[in-house]
Ligand binder design. Structure first.
Ligand code: BDR
Ligand code: CA
Length: 311
């Protein structure tokens, strides 16, 4: 199975993504690293640990990471994901998942070196830890098999500002560094906004024991306003699309482009700028998802829900 390290800020869609990864036989989750984002890092770390406990995966080590962006002020999104950054009332985690003293950025570098070119690093939160890891180890991109990033809004509008998606907007300087220098595969909002689990698959989950109730909360975390604004009938589970692609690399269609992230300036902060027409003459520095096989995504999600609930 494929070794994967996941950098995360749970987060309702993160929680679904983590369960999908933990429960799939083709992936070996070698660790979770946590970052500020949907909530302060103390909360996202607690949430990551509580998720591991909920599925008896306390063997997966957790490393806590950055508590703030590189340069801009911390902004969190409890208004979307619930108090503490995660709906669904998971019990407090016990000592087994206690993070040690190793910072997430160091853990990323250590794991990349240890797997010698085989590790997939999946990021589903702001990119602060990865930018720090790259500062510590400039060869990070070559040490990884793949860096796959949920972030940016490549050919569409953002969800925090008209131009920017939350993960890139939260730490635009980190996103800029990673996009420029780390050869990522970007899974942006324009494809993840349609990555939802249909209401008929979600209905009834709330009666499927405590974990079913949590899953129900995570899969329905958008309020009516948000659903209407995006013209969708159930919540976008952005982060799980990254995991679906790791499980089956036919889920996304990607294309290489020269690209940049706007870090400064009010209006463009965190905007992913894709040079579609090649006007900059710059070399391609990463891939961007341009389409997804949503039917396959929903199949993988359904199978994952079943496995989680069978526990
Ligand atoms: C991204 O931002 C967070 O709110 C979600 O967990 C996801 O990673 C979507 O813009
Ligand atoms: Ca996230």
């Amino acid at each position: 199975s494929r070794p994967v390290l996941i950098d995360t800020d749970p987060g309702c869609d993160d929680a679904v993504a983590l369960l999908a990864a933990l429960e799939h036989a083709s992936l070996e989750v070698v660790g979770l690293t946590t970052v500020h984002g949907n909530a302060p890092v103390e909360d996202t770390t607690r949430n990551a640990r509580a998720i591991l406990e909920a599925v008896d995966r306390t063997d997966v080590p957790v490393a806590r990471g950055a508590d703030r962006p590189l340069l801009v002020d911390l902004e969190t999104s409890e208004y979307v994901h619930g108090g503490g950054g995660l709906r669904g009332d998971l019990p407090d985690p016990g000592p087994a998942t206690e993070p040690g003293d190793v910072h997430a950025a160091r853990r990323i570098v250590e794991q990349a070196r240890a797997h010698d070119g085989d590790l997939a690093l999946a990021t589903i939160g702001p990119l602060t830890n990865v930018a720090l890891a790259h500062a510590m180890e400039p060869a990070l991109p070559e040490l990884l098999d793949e860096l796959i990033v949920m972030g940016g809004a490549a050919f569409a509008s953002g969800n925090v500002t008209p131009l920017a998606e939350a993960n890139f907007h939260s730490d635009p300087h980190a996103a800029r560094r990673v996009v420029r220098d780390c050869e990522p595969t970007i899974v942006g909002l324009d494809v993840t906004a349609r990555a939802a689990v249909p209401p008929e698959r979600v209905d009834g989950l709330e009666r499927d024991g405590p974990l079913g109730r949590s899953l129900y909360e995570w899969l329905t975390y958008y309020d009516a306003d948000r659903l209407e604004r995006y013209g969708i009938e159930s919540a976008a589970i952005h982060d799980a699309l990254v995991i679906a692609e790791l499980i089956d690399d036919g889920v996304l269609e990607t294309r290489s482009y020269p690209m940049e992230v706007a870090a400064d300036g009010d209006l463009a902060r965190g905007a992913l700028v894709v040079d579609e027409n090649g006007v900059t003459g710059a070399a391609e520095n990463g891939e961007v998802a341009i389409e997804a096989d949503y039917e396959r995504y929903r199949e993988l999600m359904s199978a994952s829900l079943e496995r989680v609930l069978e526990r």
